[in-house]
Design a protein around this ligand. Structure first.
Ligand SMILES: [Ca+2]
Length: 147
């Protein structure tokens, strides 16, 4: 019986070698920044509360709905998002205090009357509607940093 010899290049093409890998984005939305310590005294004014915030960034090249996604701190305080959509590669800022959702554009408000993020250490956890952990950001000292 005659052997069918297949040139290596053909085998590679059939198996998909050399093609761009289908890169799965494991974290479509990330914590990119936390500001856990409001400037000045923690006097619980709304201005001070809103100077404590975090940022979420969409890694994808398409919009992502954050409806029913949630963020919680280590103590279990939770914010669940309503019908908001992160634009492609877009970033939202979520402030601790009160404000008009989406005003200015890209800014949202936890609506808390007290600080959420512990200055000396905490963990922010982002969850999808199914409860899957999508990202975390942990700090152990006062930080103004990227996650
Ligand atoms: Ca704080």
């Amino acid at each position: 019986m005659r052997k069918l010899l297949v040139p290596p290049a053909v085998v590679a093409a059939v198996l998909g070698f050399g093609a761009a890998p289908a890169s799965a984005v494991t974290k479509p939305v990330l914590f990119t920044y936390v500001y856990v310590d409001s400037p000045g005294t923690d006097n619980r004014t709304n201005t001070s509360l809103n100077q404590e915030y975090f940022k979420l960034t969409n890694q994808l090249d398409r919009p992502v709905s954050l409806k029913d996604w949630s963020v919680k701190d280590a103590a279990g305080k939770v914010i669940k998002f309503g019908a908001i959509t992160l634009p492609r590669k877009g970033t939202f800022t979520v402030h601790t205090g009160k404000g008009t959702q989406g005003s200015p554009a890209g800014h949202f408000y936890w609506g808390s009357g007290n600080y959420i993020w512990n200055n000396t250490g905490d963990t922010a956890t982002l969850r999808s509607p199914s409860g899957a952990t999508m990202d975390t950001c942990t700090w152990k000292k006062v930080v103004t940093t990227r996650c």
